[in-house]
Design a protein around this ligand. Sequence first.
Ligand code: DAH
Length: 343
Amino acid sequence: MVSELDQLESEGLSLLEQAGDVDSLEQWRIEFLGSKGRLKAALGKIKEVPGDQRKAYGQRSNEVKKSLEGAFKARQAGNGAAPAGASKGPMLDVTQPGVAQPLGKAHILTRVRAELCEVFARMGFEVAQGPELEDDEHNFVKLNVPDSHPAREPIDNFYIDEPGDPSRPRMLRTQTSTVQIRVLEQAIAEGWGPPLKIIAPGRVYRPDTVDATHSFMFHQLEGLYVAERVTMVELKTTLFQFARMYFGPDAEVRLRPSFFPFTEPSAELDMKIRLRPDKPAEWIELGGSGMVDPSVLEAVGLDPEKWTGFAFGFGIERIAMGRYGIPDIRMLFENDVRFLEQL
Ligand code: DAH
């Protein structure tokens, strides 16, 4: 029985030497070293070997295993003697495609947020932050949204506490305008402003039904400038400047009169955007803006006779969709790699 192992070894080695190319080398590997190969079969036969020969058979089969595997590795690495007639040198298939190393990158929304902060930083805005879990005082009351306002209905908000509790009910913020109040309160308490000029990017939550343009969570970019004698001209200049810096010099933008409780006068910023190649460009609303309402300044203890300001709030998804021609907001949250790879 041991002689069968000798036979397997010498046959294996000689056939290996004859294997002239990558394919026949692979065939040899399957025949001898494969999981259904001859070596495996020979090792399995130990059960049939009579007891007195078993030790010798075991030892020899180990040697043969090492010998065949070693010879194969050497051939594979190109150290073995090349067979007569075959090309000399390593068995390297230079036509084999390389192994791609996929590189990760930041999500498109993360990059757009960073780009927006960068554009506004060049206009002197500092980045501020506020909590996503808010109270209705910052989300509504101090932003001049009265108790009776329909926007405060439980059906339109993710309240954590019972709305109408004597203590301030908490909620997931529906808008980053909360950060206007937070920053003003903090600046006044710490004595570093106003004047101040901030932007605040962040998540907001609304119980909306998800469709191509709505999501229960999305991102806004809030802007606030408070100083003395700020005029609407500065607001318009800032917003138009932003649009041209971010979308290019040909960006078509317009301000359209609107209403928000925390600004007076208020305007919406529209931009002409082509979301689908098969459709003409249309006016898309990027967000709201306006001159800070005196009652907001009063709510944080500023004298509206002295202080003035403008504010704006954009949807970051809207901007990303416009900039990169993304027709459906859900694409931004599904994280389908085939979509993300294109951006
Ligand atoms: N917070 C508003 C919204 O979510 C957007 C907005 C409008 C923000 C006007 C502002 C502003 O700062 O001045 O619809």
